[in-house]
Design a protein around this ligand. Structure first.
Ligand SMILES: NC(=O)c1ccc[n+]([C@@H]2O[C@H](COP(=O)([O-])OP(=O)(O)OC[C@H]3O[C@@H](n4cnc5c(N)ncnc54)[C@H](OP(=O)(O)O)[C@@H]3O)[C@@H](O)[C@H]2O)c1
Length: 229
């Protein structure tokens, strides 16, 4: 049984991953802003799951630590929350950039810093960052996704750097660059496109990789994609 924290669990891929991890018997703490959706998830998942309303753009370290201290240690942190603002580059404001960087890069970095003492208590901890094929070097790029893809690319490099920084702390860090998965975010980015993967299917792969992947990989940025639109 592992102690797992996952962000962006109010819907989509994060919801499914959290549900499956809790059903597997892990102790799961879920974070996102929509508390009502987290309560619904708790109702489905049962007593293994706890939740905290948490805004990555205004992270409340004290509230998080109150939830985490009783857990004692954290074995897995899944930085799954993501923000996509689709706009032509010339219309993208500094505020848009800041919001995407806050959720897609600074949030994961800040959480890793806050949680480090608890991750160090794990036999071997795993930080799993969820990036996108848009942030994978050499992949297809799409108009309107400049800020999103750039911030996800930064998350990929952050992964490689953090794995080195904390190699001697026994904290592994990997990154999955997802291809198309049928969620609200995909519908916003590519209206009408039908993804070959459901959030349920990708959620179960992430649940597996988060708990086992660090025994095989560290500092790796891996595509997990059947397709990009
Ligand atoms: N779906 C795809 O095809 C696809 C492809 C590549 C990568 N990805 C990545 O996979 C991850 C999950 O995507 P998804 O498709 O499931 O997205 P989604 O349905 O849009 O869900 C995004 C999640 O992020 C949370 N979030 C957004 N802003 C937040 C904030 N300020 N503070 C805390 N949480 C915040 C949302 O929760 P609240 O609104 O409740 O805060 C929500 O739970 C994301 O990182 C996304 O970039 C998805």
């Amino acid at each position: 049984m592992k102690n797992i924290i996952i962000t962006g669990a109010s819907r989509g891929i994060g919801y499914q991953a959290a549900l499956q991890l809790a059903r597997q018997g892990h102790r799961v703490l879920v974070l996102s802003r929509n508390e009502e959706a987290l309560r619904q998830l708790k109702a489905e998942a049962g007593e293994n799951l706890d939740h905290l309303a948490f805004d990555l753009q205004r992270p409340d370290a004290r509230a998080l630590l109150e939830k985490v201290k009783p857990m004692g240690r954290v074995d897995v942190l899944i930085n799954n929350a993501g923000l996509l603002i689709k706009l032509p580059f010339e219309e993208l404001t500094t505020t848009d950039w800041q919001h995407m960087m806050a959720v897609n890069l600074y949030g994961p970095a800040h959480l890793a810093q806050i949680l480090r003492p608890f991750l160090e208590k794990s036999e071997r901890a795993h930080i799993l960052n969820i990036s996108s094929m848009g942030g994978y070097q050499g992949s297809s790029k799409f108009p309107g996704l400049m800020g999103y893809s750039t911030s996800k690319g930064a998350l990929s490099i952050f992964t490689e750097c953090l794995a080195e920084e904390w190699r001697d702390k026994n904290i592994a860090c990997n990154c999955l660059c997802l291809g198309a998965v049928q969620t609200e975010m995909l519908a916003q980015a590519f209206p009408g496109y039908e993804a070959p993967l459901s959030s349920d299917k990708m959620g179960s792969f992430i649940a597996y990789f988060a708990t086992e992947g660090h025994h095989f990989f560290n500092g790796k940025v891996l595509p997990a994609a059947l397709s990009t639109p």
